[in-house]
Write a protein that binds this ligand. Structure first.
Ligand SMILES: [Mg+2]
Length: 272
């Protein structure tokens, strides 16, 4: 009987970039920079990273709705950005994504081992992303080759609306036959991820160290002053908790231990 939750956590739903693969979420950041520059508008890295986690057309729309970028667009094109302009920039994003993302398929440190450990506990591995499926045509096989191959993948174009709506989580649960929602841990690296997990009724967990907000590659993480990293992680953890995160961990490497902790808490009656 699927509804029996005495065994605690039955599944996890993992975000892709910045959580499972692509430490620092660098692939999509590079694509957005190039796409906007093609239209003569140069966004800052903060403007690019702000809406990360959203479905990618929505990401473009949100960027062009900021006063600074809207003004730059108007300077360059003599009019405020409209739906057609959003479509044009998004078209460029869509064209660039497959090839660029293939270079950012490496699982974050400890990801492959964490998934092995979760599977050994009988926990199913779902996943979701703000990418559309066509953008992942080269990323999926490259990530599989590198050791990341979840049991289920739901992309933003499969549901009526991406994050922060909970539909991608719910479609994962349906495909993996996972129930009830409180037996699932949703893990992500952005505020939109946290809100999605909360809305889906899961344990919503944020990762800080490999996140979009910190933006460090694996090599940069090793070179940076640990105190600087610690302060940035602390600030991001506070933002995640403010958005409703039940737990915040450094990276997906900490997930198996956290799942044990949550399962134990559930035997004591705790719910998300
Ligand atoms: Mg992400």
């Amino acid at each position: 009987m699927s509804e029996n939750n005495s065994r605690g956590i039955r599944g996890v739903i993992l975000d892709w970039a910045g959580t499972s693969v692509d430490c620092g979420c660098r692939g999509p950041a590079a694509v957005f920079a190039r796409a906007f520059e093609d239209f003569g508008v140069s966004p800052t890295i903060e403007e690019i990273r702000g809406p990360m986690g959203m479905e990618k057309r929505e990401h473009v729309r949100t960027m062009l709705a900021t006063p600074r970028l809207a003004a730059l667009w108007e300077q360059r094109w003599g009019k405020k950005p409209d739906d057609k302009d959003i479509d044009n920039v998004f078209g460029k994003v869509q064209a660039l994504m497959p090839d660029v993302l293939a270079d950012y398929a490496k699982p974050v440190p400890g990801c492959v081992e964490a998934i092995d450990s979760l599977r050994a506990k009988g926990i199913k591995i779902g996943s979701c992303t703000g990418y559309r499926k066509d953008m992942m045509s080269r990323l999926i096989p490259a990530a599989r080759e590198a050791g990341f191959s979840p049991d289920c993948l739901v992309t933003a174009d499969e549901v009526p609306e991406g994050r922060p709506m909970p539909w991608m989580c719910q479609l994962n649960c349906m495909r993996l036959n996972l129930f009830p929602p409180e037996s699932i841990v949703k893990v992500g690296d952005t505020i939109a991820d946290i809100q999605e997990g909360v809305r889906a009724g899961h344990w919503s967990v944020g990762v800080t160290r490999t996140s979009n907000a910190l933006g460090y590659s694996e090599e940069e993480l090793q070179k940076e002053d640990p105190e600087v990293i610690r302060r940035k992680e602390e600030a991001l953890a506070k933002e995640f908790r403010g958005a409703g995160a039940h737990y915040v961990i450094g990276s997906i490497a900490d997930l198996p231990e956290l799942c044990d902790e949550i399962s134990l808490a559930m035997t004591n009656g705790r719910r998300p």
